[in-house]
Design a binder for this molecule. Structure first.
Ligand code: HAM
Length: 429
């Protein structure tokens, strides 16, 4: 957006977009590091996917009548081709799986991706138009152990950050049993049509399952007596679900069986789940969500490939971390600070800094400052163990002054021997 004042043009963020400033970098790094370490432990491989995809991929994959596709995609025509800024990643994972013949790799293929997604929603707390997700997918296995692995991983990621969360889980069965259930649900809801909210009246025609997820109090009160999906599950889906729950029990993962949980994307079958902050019963601030989607790969032109996965919302998790008293960012504490006194010593100081860094030391500096007092102040703030001071005299003598920041003692050391000297001191410290 641009506003004009006295001839100058001022640009501002578009609605629903956010800059992430350096102050937040520590939180972003902590989450990305955690995702990568989870990916390593659970054997997921990182994949990079494009932000721009064909519109049709999501129309077919996520579903024409879902909110995401029908109302929220940023769509434009590029040289006659309808393209979108991806609203989620799962359809892109499925496209990449098919396009790169991953079906011929050892199955299952376990993939991880982190990046931006775009939905034209009404911006509010926890809801942006550009937001970020991290996403873990297991493609090529129908085993209930995989559903459980995904839920255990998602839960572990939250609890490693000491977040208090609740896991909501449900099974929406396979297509035939779901069709029977939808019939029963529509039959139950239709007599209450007049009380239902406007959105649910539309859902009744286009996507009745989503009525279950409506946050409107009147709709919710009608649904209290509604038939439950669990009573319509076919035998295979029921056995599958029981096995998933048995795995969760064995891993001591507390969960809430939530028969109203259906998720807002059409590709799901069988297991669906969401992780929410404890106490968020309406699930407005869902941190992570996912489930099984055995039909998606075929739906977008591949073979029949069962799959399961989840995505977490980066901004929502970071918000939860910032307000979580039980979590603090890991402390960044370099061992050595290189200080210099004046322009002529800067060249040597830069050399010294790079020499120590290359030798594996955790070293830092502030070459924008020349005053010793400021630099020692900064070294103090960073709680480094040693400050190396390079002044005119040290330059001439090819030495450096080593200051022990704990007791204030100082010693002159030959600059050629500084790496060995520091290694010895740090071993002692
Ligand atoms: P989703 O529930 O639409 O699922 O999104 C996952 C997470 O992204 C949500 O739980 C939330 O934390 C975050 N999120 C969604 N929309 C916004 C928004 N407008 N602003 C901020 N955060 C948001 C999916 O996207 C599926 N692809 C997940 C999946 C992966 N299922 C199977 N595999």
């Amino acid at each position: 957006m641009a506003t004009k004042r006295k001839g100058a043009q001022h640009f501002q963020l578009l609605r629903g977009m956010k800059d992430v400033l350096p102050e937040e970098a520590g939180y972003w790094k902590a989450l990305r590091d955690k995702c990568l370490s989870m990916a390593d432990s659970y054997n997921f491989y990182e994949i990079q996917l494009p932000i721009l995809e064909s519109k049709d991929l999501f129309v077919r994959g996520v579903g024409q009548d879902t909110d995401i596709v029908s109302k929220e995609m940023f769509t434009f025509v590029d040289h006659g081709e309808s393209v979108v800024l991806r609203p989620e990643f799962t359809a892109s994972f499925a496209r990449a799986y098919v396009e790169h013949g991953m079906v011929s790799r050892p199955q299952p293929v376990k993939l991880f991706h982190m990046g931006p997604a775009f939905r034209r929603e009404r911006p509010q707390a926890g809801r942006q138009r550009q937001f970020h997700q991290f996403d873990f997918e297991i493609m090529g296995s129908a085993s209930p152990t995989m559903d459980a692995e995904i839920i255990v991983l998602a839960y572990g990621l939250c609890t490693d950050f000491r977040l208090d969360v609740a896991v909501h889980v449900n099974s929406i069965g396979d297509t035939p049993s779901r069709k029977e259930y939808i019939k029963a649900l529509v039959h139950f809801v239709k007599p209450h049509k007049k009380i239902l909210c406007a959105d649910c009246n539309k859902r009744l025609e286009k996507n009745p399952l989503r009525i279950l997820d409506c946050k409107n109090k009147k709709c919710q009160s009608i649904l209290e007596e509604a038939p439950e999906m669990v009573d319509f599950l076919d035998e295979e889906s029921r056995t599958h679900f029981v096995e998933v729950l048995e795995h969760l029990d064995a891993c001591e993962i507390p969960y809430i069986l939530n028969s109203k949980l259906v998720r807002g994307l059409d590709y799901y079958n069988r297991t669906v789940f969401e992780i929410v902050p404890t106490g968020d019963e309406s699930r407005q601030g869902t941190l992570l969500g996912g489930g099984r989607y055995d039909g998606l790969v075929k739906m977008i032109g591949g073979r029949s490939v069962p799959a399961v996965g989840f995505a977490g919302g980066v901004e929502r998790i970071l918000q939860a971390l910032k307000t979580n008293e039980k979590f603090s960012l890991p402390e960044v504490r370099p061992d050595i600070f290189v200080a210099q006194l004046g322009d002529r010593t800067k060249r040597k100081a830069l050399y010294l800094f790079e020499h120590l860094r290359k030798n594996g030391f955790h070293v830092t500096h502030d070459f924008s400052s020349s005053g010793l007092r400021d630099q020692l102040g900064m070294a103090d703030k960073l709680r480094v163990k040693y400050t190396l001071v390079l002044g005119q005299k040290e330059m001439m003598d090819e030495t450096v002054m080593v200051r022990d920041m704990e007791n204030g003692s100082q010693e002159v050391v030959d600059i050629a021997k500084i790496a060995a000297d520091m290694a010895k001191r740090l071993q002692r410290a």
